[in-house]
Design a protein around this ligand. Structure first.
Ligand SMILES: [Zn+2]
Length: 689
């Protein structure tokens, strides 16, 4: 009987082991499909019951019920998406392809349910008179906004047009990405042994491998993948080859013929503008930013334009130094974009060379995990107790019960080592989100990384970048673990795109505190603390070449906004717009955009960073300015500053507007000065360098 099978499905039955973790030992790959089917049916019935409720709408019978609906679907989906990334098999991967469109259809059906939306709108319009708490008001406003942005409340023909636009954008976005890939794949620069001047051994051997794979054994191939072209431009002493490679790289998506993306991008910009207009916004940029901390395109533009002049000044100094270096080598030419990386690398090596193998013995994985815990204890009063009685999906992960003021607040899983069934990269995720509805639930947070394990009997050692990644993901982890809100929609990392990297990037600052490094960065064999001179060099190297890095990034971010601010993008020529914008900005000829429009995948392959490429810099402003609060207090662990940080940022999720949350922590709005100092773009630092 189907009902019995569902009841016995370990994904859906009660989870009554320690800490009510998913019963991993009993879950098999074959359980997911029936669990999704049953729980999706249940979720649909729950949404229908809310929409059809004969009682007049109330916050409790509509908004709260909507929060509670789909609980089993959430359980199945969170276990599924975690396992498909960390411990996949063929069955899970096949299901992933099937389930994504089903889940997205369920979401849009919910958003376009008119009866449900009418109830929500009634409540929204009466929200001042409902006696709601600030968090309840926030949830009501967010829910209403999500429905509006999905097209709820529009007349049928406009809804139909929105759906059409959505489909066209999805297929154009896929085509855009495939065109870039095709251009990257079709271009190959074959070299002979005499063309390898300056290339490091690792690049030579991967170039040899690529050439052999492409049917040219005995030769060397450079491709347009970032992992091939970037080191080539950095190291190749052959100016003619650098120029050839750079020109091909910069022309991706702009090569005429079937892979040309200029018309695809123009069409996407046009459709996006039409969609924004249908939904009542001035432009697509206004539509996208209404849901962020920046709120308006003007705020994002102001940020980028405040950083632009100091970055221009710094880049001019950098260019002068590179020009001198080229002249000293007998080069009689003006620095071009294909020269910059090459001479910058030479200068970096002379000024800041760091030998990773010198650093690694001081950065033992287990000690760095302890260091991340130590900072969390000093800042937020968290303690971590390792548990050995909780079975997980792999024996390689470690699990900790997390306490605050002697009460359990979360379970933390650290899944740090690479294995074949795990996807590459590093991320934070959860198996369960914190909330206080009904009996409430504590979060189960996971950090996933891909460190190469030490050999038999040897400790796992990290590079400094690895250690920074560990702190970064742990910062996201704390955003989940410290979450203290009523509603799951507002919990933890469910915050605006330009705010979500703030808690993670901020946490990286504590890795660099001398007190912490003296204590935890000790040589694995001798126990000696890491030499301070090594740390100083590492931190100084961060400011190197930041004029260039800021310009190439900010130019792309500004073009992204300019494209999407156009209220009337008929007849749009994306390359002409790009040229106009760069001329207006005074972009130096020696620096190229990080992503030119015809291959700007962040904004055209999918939606996620469209009119949002600025977010990376926005978050960096917050982390630089935010950490300064501790400096001003004279103590990197200042208790009062840490209390405000926990209360208004790490614990608050999306229960308050991010701008207000930041101001409540910092006592004022963020300013870019700290970022300029961090990147060495402020005037004092440029004199010193
Ligand atoms: Zn992150």
């Amino acid at each position: 009987m189907a009902g019995t099978q569902v009841a016995e499905n370990p994904l859906l039955g009660p989870w009554d082991g320690p800490f009510r973790v998913p019963p991993f030992a009993r879950i098999g790959s074959k359980d997911f499909r029936p669990a999704f089917e049953a729980s999706l049916g249940q979720a649909k019935a729950e949404v229908a019951a809310i929409a059809e409720n004969p009682q007049p709408p109330s916050f409790a019978n509509t908004i709260v019920e909507l929060e509670r609906s789909g609980e089993n679907l959430d359980k199945a989906a969170s276990v599924f998406f975690n396992l498909v990334s960390t411990d996949a098999d063929d069955e899970l991967e096949a299901l992933e392809r099937d389930i994504a469109p089903v889940l997205s259809r369920h979401r849009s059906e919910t958003f376009l349910n008119e009866k449900l939306f009418t109830r929500i709108r009634t409540l929204y319009e009466a929200r001042e008179d409902l006696g709601l708490s600030p968090e309840e008001t926030r949830l009501l406003e967010r829910t209403y906004l999500n429905f509006i942005r999905a097209g709820a409340g529009l007349p049928a023909e406009k809804k139909a047009r929105l759906a059409e636009i959505g489909e066209q954008l999805a297929s154009l976005g896929a085509q855009f990405g495939q065109n870039v890939l095709a251009d990257e794949k079709s271009w190959l620069m074959l070299l002979d042994a005499g063309d390898l001047d300056g290339l490091p051994a690792s690049l030579v051997s991967s170039a040899a491998r690529t050439a052999a794979e492409r049917g040219h054994p005995g030769r060397y191939a450079i491709t347009l993948l970032r992992s091939s072209i970037e080191p080539f431009l950095q190291f190749s002493a052959r100016r003619d080859l650098r120029e050839r490679a750079f020109r091909a790289w910069a022309a991706r998506g702009e090569n005429e013929g079937p892979t040309d993306n200029r018309a695809v991008a123009a069409q996407m910009v046009k459709l996006r503008a039409e969609r924004a207009k249908l939904l009542g916004y001035d432009s697509f940029a206004h539509f996208r930013l209404a849901d962020t901390m920046a709120k308006t395109p003007q705020a994002a533009l102001e940020l980028l334009e405040s950083v632009w002049p100091p970055a221009l000044r710094r880049a001019a100094q950098e260019e002068e130094a590179l020009q001198a270096l080229a002249a000293a080598e007998g080069g009689n030419f003006t620095i071009q974009p294909w020269d910059w990386r090459y001479y910058a690398e030479k200068q970096r090596k002379a000024q800041f060379d760091l030998d990773e193998s010198e650093l690694k013995p001081y950065l033992k994985l287990d000690a760095m995990v302890e260091a991340a815990f130590f900072a969390a204890e000093r800042l937020f009063g968290l303690t971590f107790v390792e548990r050995f009685d909780i079975p997980l999906y792999t024996k390689e992960a470690r699990v900790f019960e997390v306490f605050r003021e002697e009460k359990p607040v979360a379970l933390f899983i650290g899944d740090y080592l690479a294995r074949p069934s795990k996807r590459s990269g590093a991320w934070m995720s959860d198996f369960r989100t914190q909330h206080r509805l009904g009996e409430g639930q504590l979060p189960i947070i996971v950090n996933v990384m891909n460190f190469s394990p030490g050999g038999e009997g040897e400790p796992t050692l990290l590079s400094f970048d690895d250690a920074r990644t560990l702190f970064h993901e742990f910062g996201h982890g704390l955003h989940g673990m410290l979450s203290d809100v009523t509603f799951p929609t507002l919990a933890g990392t469910n915050v605006a795109r330009d705010f979500v990297e703030f808690p993670s990037q901020l946490y990286e600052h504590w890795l660099e505190q001398p007190e912490l490094l003296r204590r935890y960065a000790r040589h694995y064999a001798t126990g000696e603390p890491i030499p301070e001179a090594l740390i100083d060099k590492l931190i100084a190297a961060r400011k190197f070449n930041q004029g260039f890095a800021t310009l190439e990034y900010a130019a792309s971010a500004l073009v992204d906004l300019a494209l999407h601010l156009d209220p009337n993008p008929e007849e749009l020529d994306v390359v002409a717009l790009e040229r106009r914008e760069l001329a207006r900005l005074g972009m130096p000829g020696a620096v190229a955009m990080r992503h030119r429009t015809p291959h700007f995948q962040h904004i055209f392959s999918g939606e996620s960073y469209s009119a949002g490429y600025y977010s990376y810099l926005w978050s960096e402003i917050l982390d630089a300015d935010g950490f300064e609060a501790f400096r001003e207090a004279g103590d990197p662990f200042d208790p009062e500053t840490a209390r405000r940080l926990r209360e208004h940022v790490y614990a608050a999720g999306d229960s308050a507007d991010p701008e207000a949350a930041y101001a409540a922590f910092r006592g004022r709005a963020p300013t870019p000065e700290a970022l300029l100092r961090k990147r060495g773009l402020d005037d004092a630092a440029s004199d010193a360098a």
